[in-house]
Design a protein around this ligand. Structure first.
Ligand code: ARG
Length: 587
């Protein structure tokens, strides 16, 4: 549908056009003085500059036309020429009833016919996921949901880190620890065993050992480098062993992402781009963009306008191995070839900004990106109370799994404190606690500006008051309970009506959904979705406090209010759905 705001802008635009002024000046926005007006139009000021006229005089003419159009209960002029607007209740009511008849129509449809690839999560195989990957997963998942809701065709890819030095470190370490295994004999001994020689637990133990050994001993590091090189060159035993690392890790990682409620379309990794590396490099060499420099193959990406140092991108290291940048370059070629996307978004820690800037410049120079826009959607870190990246009490990296368990425990504590879900069957209580814990983590993460870091504080995140995930879940659950009781009484729903200030405020908030969804998409800003749903819950809360619903004796009015409850619930649930937050049936 066309949103209320765009409909009003069109009306005001027509008023400007009728005065011989550009329609764009008719842009309407939600009033920043909600106590004075619902909407405002500031176009008269800019129009006055253009027409070299008095802004108030122009505002008068526009206001006169808007008074005549029949939509507004009040049109007034403030300050140097702002036009303040308030809709007639019956006009608002028609729009509200249209929305109630088709709540899906609130999606802006901005992505129709467009394709995006979302690269997020990005865990490294053989290592457990940690909170650093948590933000990428939560933000990336929210963006994939927002883009889809807005009509984009989205392909999400976890882009596993599976082709660098850690693989060689593991292989060379295992060669020492388990020389009996068949993978280290240089001769091809295909077929290799189908059973993995290591479990996820083994990998989690072996990798830190291997990394420590390489750090302490240059000979071990050299062996790891050599193994990485041979793996990449296709040594059969190493490839077979690597395949096991890959599969064992992917199984573990899928489980972790699932417990977070995050699903990917593709489980590709750096290694999948390997077959395209020669072609990518060949192309850049042919174009004279990739050149040898001190034994390495590099692409210069600096520009005259750079204000800070922009080192060249290294495609092939002097030892012959490819690296993170190389696989990212080849992955662009692969994605463009497979999907021909309009956009590729990389939801990755802000600290990798330089890497992406180098890759994007080199890919653009080399014509690898086709028509796709390439964007790094950076995010800040999750910090402990000391302001440094979040750690366990023992000082280790906090695993995602443990984090979710901690949040579930804290949520259970809160539920008990509030006397919520207390008499439910054990299984349901646990389910509710997990949903509340996840909502707490996700909302706290998403409601922050994406680029800033934040302090991980479960005590605060799990509160049922304030701007938190649990508060919003509870708001939705409360509406569910009203509707359930109404159904029990045999009360009917009807199209919502507007009879009061609280109802009109709630209607305005409901009708602002398309703009909120669109802004979250164009700014890649999940926090705007959080702001919107919080505003909606607050508007509902006021309506709920000021009006009788179940106890309303006027049957028609009660039915209309129940209709408003139902519409609000639908939109709160849909919006929380974009944040990856589930609403329990009761609590
Ligand atoms: N594996 C990387 C890391 O843990 C993140 C990958 C992000 N995606 C990409 N295409 N580079 O830092």
């Amino acid at each position: 549908m066309t949103s209320l705001l765009s409909e009003l802008s069109a009306t005001a635009g027509a008023a400007f056009a009728a005065e011989g002024l550009p329609v764009e000046f008719g842009q309407i926005q939600v009033s920043d003085r909600a106590d004075l007006a619902q909407f405002q139009c500031n176009g008269a000021l800019a129009a006055a500059k253009l027409a070299k006229a008095n802004p108030r005089a122009i505002a008068e003419k526009i206001a006169a036309r808007l008074r005549d159009c029949g939509l507004f209960a009040d049109v007034s002029i403030a300050g140097p020429g702002f036009v303040n607007l308030k809709l007639k209740d019956e006009v608002l009511q028609v729009r509200l009833q249209r929305l109630a008849a088709d709540p899906e129509s609130a999606a802006p449809g901005s992505g129709a016919g467009k394709r995006a690839i979302l690269d997020f999560g990005g865990p490294n195989i053989a290592k457990p996921m940690h909170v650093g990957h948590l933000r990428s997963a939560i933000i990336g998942d929210c963006l994939q949901r927002v883009f889809r809701a807005n009509g984009w065709e989205v392909t999400s890819d976890v882009h596993l880190g599976d082709w660098g030095l850690p693989m060689g470190q593991l292989i060379s370490h295992l060669a020492i620890r388990r020389p009996d295994l068949p993978y280290f004999d240089p001769a091809d001994r295909t077929p290799y065993p189908e059973q993995s020689p290591v479990s996820m637990d083994d990998l989690e133990r072996l990798y830190p050992e291997a990394a420590a050994a390489c750090k302490a001993d240059p000979a071990r590091l050299e062996a790891a480098r050599q193994a990485t090189l041979e793996l990449q060159a296709g040594r059969p035993g190493y490839r077979a062993l690597w395949r096991h690392f890959h599969n064992v890790s992917a199984t573990g990682l899928t489980r972790e992402f699932e417990s977070l409620g995050v699903v990917f379309d593709e489980w590709k990794g750096e290694s999948d781009a390997d077959p395209l590396i020669p072609e990518m490099i060949g192309k850049l060499k042919n174009d004279g963009l990739a050149v040898m420099d001190q034994g390495a193959l590099i692409v210069a990406v600096a520009k005259d306008t750079d204000t800070s140092e922009m080192p060249p991108l290294i495609l092939v290291k002097s030892d012959g191995a490819v690296n993170y940048a190389t696989t990212d370059m080849a992955t662009i070629l692969e994605r463009v070839r497979e999907h021909d996307p309009d956009l590729i978004l990389y939801v990755v820690d802000q600290r990798q900004h330089l890497h992406f800037e180098q890759v994007f410049r080199a890919a653009t120079k080399g014509g690898l990106a086709g028509r796709a826009g390439l964007e790094h959607i950076g995010h800040g870190t999750v910090n402990g109370k000391d302001g440094k990246p979040f750690k366990t009490r023992a000082g280790g990296v906090m695993k995602l799994y443990d984090l979710i368990a901690m949040a579930t425990d804290e949520a259970m504590k809160r539920l008990n404190e509030q006397g919520l879900a207390t008499d439910y069957p054990e299984e349901e209580r646990n389910r509710v606690a997990k949903a509340v814990g996840l909502a707490a983590i996700k909302f706290a993460d998403l409601s922050n500006n994406r680029v800033s870091g934040y302090v991980f504080d479960l005590e605060r995140f799990t509160r049922f008051e304030g701007k938190t995930g649990p508060y919003l879940q509870y708001a939705a659950v409360r509406i569910k309970s009203i509707l359930r009781k109404a159904e029990g009484e045999g009360y009917k729903n009807a199209a919502p009506v507007i009879r009061s200030e609280a109802e009109s405020k709630l209607a305005l908030q409901l009708l602002a959904m398309p703009e909120a969804f669109l802004a979250a998409e164009t700014k890649r800003a999940p926090n705007l979705i959080c702001d919107f749903v919080f505003g909606l819950a607050q508007a509902f809360s006021r309506f709920y406090t000021e009006h009788h619903i179940l106890s309303e004796s006027d049957e028609a009015l009660r039915a209309a209010r129940l209709g408003l409850c139902r519409l609000t619930l639908t939109q709160i649930e849909r919006t929380l759905g974009l944040l990856g937050i589930e609403v329990p049936e009761r609590m």
